[in-house]
Design a binder for this molecule. Sequence first.
Ligand code: ATP
Ligand code: MG
Length: 424
Amino acid sequence: MKEKAQKIVGVKGMNDLLPGDSHRWLWLENKFHLWLKQYGYENIRTPILEDTKLFTRSIGEVTDIVEKEMYSFIDSLNGDTLTMRPEGTAGTLRAAVEHNLLYNATQKLWYIGPMFRHERPQKGRYRQFHQLGVEALGFKGPDIDCEIILMLNHLWKILGLKNIELHINCLGNKEERAIHRQALIEYFEQYVDLLDDEAKRRLYTNPLRILDTKNPALQELVMNAPKLIDCLDNDSLCHYNGWKSGLDALGINYIENPRLVRGLDYYNLSVFEWISSDLGSQSTVCGGGRYDPLVAELGAKDNFAIGYAIGLERLLLSLDAQNSLPTKLSPDIFIVNEGNGTASYAMLIANELRKSGFNVVQNLGGGSFKSQFKKADNSGAPISIVIGENEVTNSQVVIKLMGEQTQEIVNCDLIVEYISKILK
Ligand code: ATP
Ligand code: MG
């Protein structure tokens, strides 16, 4: 006897999206499409695999992502060094530069898709997760910085998302960050015995990231560390103040958080995060900011860039916690049939109804009326159509409102009209 083959299961931290949930994603994606169009954004689709150098150069060598989260490998067929994209900004900007999209032009681009990071899987943190990202290229700001926040604030309203807070900060420019970096090193050097291993390791490589530590024992030390805002000069302060007064004028609330540094190296000036209070420790739903220096870093002329990414699993988790997600859509009509010639007659009726825009599921594969009615019930359709041999002979159908006793015999040519009245 043939031995039963061993079951193959999915990769850890990479989830299947089953029909019980996928309708929520489709609902979300439909909302995104309409909303993005309202702000003039166009879709861009770039490959999942990129040259590893793209990420090491853009995200930064001493960041969590590049140090320990990337799925990088050598293509054994040709020796190329490749990485499965951990985020979408680098690839989008690479494509914009490669195809000259920034030549004397601005671009408003959006993408959606899976990202890959080798992290410890837990609620709100997966190895394959999904982001919707927006990148506005070639705009100096701070007006675009305001519009970016305005559009997100609008999105939360469209989706009915509550309990979400906006945190903002200004990361200044390279020179200001260098002064701050030096001040941080000198400050943390005084307390080196209190630092944990990770902070010690970061001290001379990327001390800014110590501010982002989740270690509760370091919170007080970090609270009192020198603040970047005190190292900013006029231009940066002007940009920051312009952004804030724009948000004030729009009536958008925000919390200034001098410790907000973001996990990637390429940011400058405006940075922000939207934090949900319904998510526990994986609470950032959306993060973004300006990354002007990255444009030149990827080989184009100096230019401006700002963008953000929304983590879709976390967005759906918070909407779910607030009961703001739609229930699964049911068909309008379920057709049951039994007897000679009834199946093909039912298919013609279903076809006519679909042409009129109804969502119709026909019982396929036979079965008794009883078992078919059970399926009709399970489908959630409010109406069932019943077809036996008599109905075929008389060019009629029986229409039944689910959950009610009454039913009606209706002539074929009147079905659409009859059902339209019920479902209007
Ligand atoms: P975190 O601090 O939670 O690790 P991050 O700073 O690494 O987040 P970003 O690179 O800014 O995250 O990505 C933008 C958004 O993508 C996050 O705010 C989050 O919603 C989502 N995200 C990031 N990593 C994951 C992951 N491993 N699983 C699920 N969602 C993620
Ligand atoms: Mg992370």
